[in-house]
Design a protein around this ligand. Structure first.
Ligand code: HEC
Length: 201
């Protein structure tokens, strides 16, 4: 029996098992600290020496929407879609407003009329009024956000695909709100506006 003990201890050590009083969470935790290739590290196994690999051609990210050109590109057969191709709900407009006020309002103004701090101090071509562009189809705005427009960079990194349509829907709502004469509103709304009342957010 004595002769077997050192062997058993050796086998345990070789398997790296520190079982006994180690909890399951500690075992899993080790994956976090174990040796592995992290992004942007080098790896001699590959000819180009990089640990990060290029996915095989045609790989589709799990979260990508496919098969809905109107939604994913804002156009069908090269023609921008006229309407927002996702259901417009109060929640969508709320998200659109949130995102618009973070990303777009700095330049195009809170109500989309191009009146902003950035515009006041910009030396190059100024951010235009978006509420004046009532003749532009929804897909035009979607493409401007996704691809950029002239001097304006793309905001596809800041605004994920579904939220881009939320922003477009909100820009369309701004157009409506900024181009509607007060006389066209219901009496009680007119009264509240004249009294300078604001609406709950
Ligand atoms: C850093 C400032 C800036 C931000 C932020 C910005 N824009 Fe712009 N945008 C501009 C400028 C400047 C132009 C004009 C570019 C040109 O004509 O070269 C422009 C042009 C546009 C146009 C084309 C207008 C036309 O006259 O046809 C659209 C549409 C537009 N922006 C929408 C947006 C939306 C939506 C957002 C938010 C996601 C946004 N922009 C954020 C500066 C900005």
């Amino acid at each position: 029996m004595k002769a077997f003990l050192p062997l058993a201890a050796l086998a345990l050590a070789a398997s790296g098992c520190t079982c006994g009083n180690t909890s399951a969470s500690q075992v899993l935790q080790r994956m976090e600290v174990q040796e592995k290739y992290l992004p942007y590290r080098s790896n001699d196994i590959f000819a180009d020496g990089r640990a990060m690999r290029t996915p095989p051609e045609g790989t589709v990210p799990r979260e990508r929407l496919v098969g809905h050109p109107a939604i994913t590109s804002g156009e069908v057969n090269g023609v921008p879609v006229t309407e927002v191709p996702v259901p417009i709900t109060a929640e969508l407009l709320r998200r659109g407003r949130h995102r618009y006020e973070i990303v777009c309002a700095n330049c195009h103004g809170l109500v989309g009329n191009g009146d902003s701090m950035v515009a006041d101090n910009m030396a190059t071509r100024l951010p235009p009024s978006l509420v004046a562009l009532t003749d532009k189809p929804a897909g035009f705005f979607y493409k401007a956000i996704t691809q950029g427009y002239g001097l304006m960079p793309s905001f596809s990194g800041e605004i994920p695909l579904d939220e881009r349509w939320a922003v477009v829907a909100y820009v369309k709502a701004l157009q409506l709100s900024q181009n509607t004469p007060i006389q066209a509103l219901p009496q009680d709304v007119q009264r509240r506006l004249r009294e300078g009342q604001t609406w709950a957010q």
